[in-house]
Design a protein around this ligand. Structure first.
Ligand SMILES: NC(=O)c1ccc[n+]([C@@H]2O[C@H](COP(=O)([O-])OP(=O)(O)OC[C@H]3O[C@@H](n4cnc5c(N)ncnc54)[C@H](OP(=O)(O)O)[C@@H]3O)[C@@H](O)[C@H]2O)c1
Length: 384
């Protein structure tokens, strides 16, 4: 029996992880945590009977304690609660299905407690990859990618790196999002609703907007740099609009391996949970006869600046990826609230990165201080 804890259990990745648990009787949920969706968390707690659940506000935690009083389930709240769940002794693996930099501390504490990490929360690696990867090595824990592109790479390198075969290039695929082929003039007037219509994937709101700006792909380039220890100049992004090729790896002899499949996040989640084994997964299979062609294209980096910001942040190094990530998190939240326009997301990231003086080798407290400063800077900009 593998015991799993999930932070972000009420979101897109969290609920799909629970679907996998429903289909695999040798998985047991021991902890769940959510931000605000108290109704769904209560429902999940009643179904999976974990030892402990967490919700961000203490007020909501109180309501849950009352609602679940007939069960022996401990209810915790806030960052302390998230950390308690992440590091709890009863779990074998933590699924980080939480969105944003809030995932950093629980991930660090889980690693210190010796838990393997099924990592969906890319923001943690983007901002603190230089801390997380060595820490995982030190504690002998696995960082198992859930992001479909990184899972694809992880599947392609299985059996290669252990015998010393070196990666020469990573080719990360991108769908191009809902605005592929559109120009700047078009993007001036797009609405939140337009940006939330992803052509292939059904995901949480933040990552869906990130896909529309190509910031998501930029975050993935940084994530790949840390996960696979590949330098940015050897990481390329290609547009693959059908989301069938989930990413590719080129080896030293020029051979390219790709992982293909239908766009279904359950596959990478399940692969992370049972790695290195594969299990049966119900769902559509690829029908090559029905595919007239597989398109591969170049990204439009001039219009969709998310990628260039990421490469620039990697080149500047230190705390700059944190600025890129934090500025984007805040800008996307403002866009979703209807307070800024789509293209302002780029303007905000750009202004924050230009305003920042890089801290080399930032500690966790430097990272959180940088995040706070970015937020303050954006607040001043928005008030003006
Ligand atoms: N969705 C995908 O297909 C996909 C693919 C690859 C990578 N990812 C990555 O996976 C992560 C999650 O994405 P998602 O699409 O699943 O997001 P989502 O649907 O928005 O879900 C986010 C989850 O985080 C929880 N959460 C937010 N703030 C919290 C807090 N303060 N304390 C505890 N829980 C909190 C939310 O709880 P409430 O809803 O209760 O507030 C929800 O359960 C992101 O880093 C994303 O980049 C997602």
């Amino acid at each position: 029996m593998k015991k799993i804890a999930i932070i972000g259990s009420t979101g897109s990745i969290g609920t799909q992880t629970l679907d996998i648990v429903r289909n695999n009787k040798d998985l047991k949920v021991v902890a769940l945590a959510a931000g605000s969706n108290v109704e769904l968390l209560e429902q999940q707690a009643r179904e999976f009977l974990p030892d402990i659940i967490g919700i961000w506000s203490e007020d909501k935690a109180g309501k849950l304690r009352h609602a679940l009083s007939e069960f022996n389930i401990r209810v915790v709240s806030g960052m302390e609660g998230l950390i308690e769940i992440a590091a709890m002794s009863a779990s074998d693996i933590l699924v980080t299905a939480i969105v944003g930099m809030i995932g950093i501390r629980p991930t660090v504490e889980a690693i210190k407690a010796g838990k393997d990490i099924a990592l969906a929360n890319k923001e943690t690696l983007v901002t603190a990859g230089h801390i997380i990867m060595p820490l995982a090595k030190e504690h002998g824990v696995k960082i198992l990618p859930v992001d479909s592109e990184h899972s694809a790479i992880f599947q392609c390198i299985h059996g290669e790196e252990s015998i010393g075969n070196k990666i020469s290039r990573l080719l990360i695929t991108a769908s191009g999002g809902p605005f592929r082929g559109k120009d700047k003039a078009y993007l001036e007037h797009v609405t939140v609703e337009d940006a939330l219509k992803h052509p292939n994937w059904s995901m949480g709101k933040k990552i869906t907007i990130d896909s529309a700006t190509l910031v998501n792909k930029g975050l993935e380039v940084i994530e790949a740099r840390w996960l696979f220890d590949v330098m940015p100049e050897n990481i390329e992004v290609v547009i693959q609009p059908q989301s069938i090729i989930h990413s590719m790896v080129e080896f030293e002899d020029g051979s390219v391996k790709a992982q293909l499949g239908t766009p279904d996040m359950k596959l990478p989640i399940q692969y992370a949970l049972f790695y290195p084994q594969r299990r049966y997964l119900a769902g559509d299979r690829l029908d090559f006869k029905a595919l007239s062609e597989i398109i591969i294209d170049k990204p439009d980096r001039e219009t969709f600046k998310g990628l260039d910001f990421a490469y620039n942040a990697l080149e500047a190094g230190g705390s700059m990826p944190t600025v890129f990530n934090a500025a984007n998190e805040r800008a996307v939240a403002l866009f979703l609230e209807g307070r800024i326009k789509f293209l302002d997301i780029y303007n905000i990231i750009d202004a924050c990165m230009k305003n920042h003086k890089v801290i080399e080798h930032p500690s966790l407290s430097d990272i959180f201080e940088t995040e706070k400063n970015v937020y303050e800077y954006i607040n001043q900009m928005v008030r003006r």
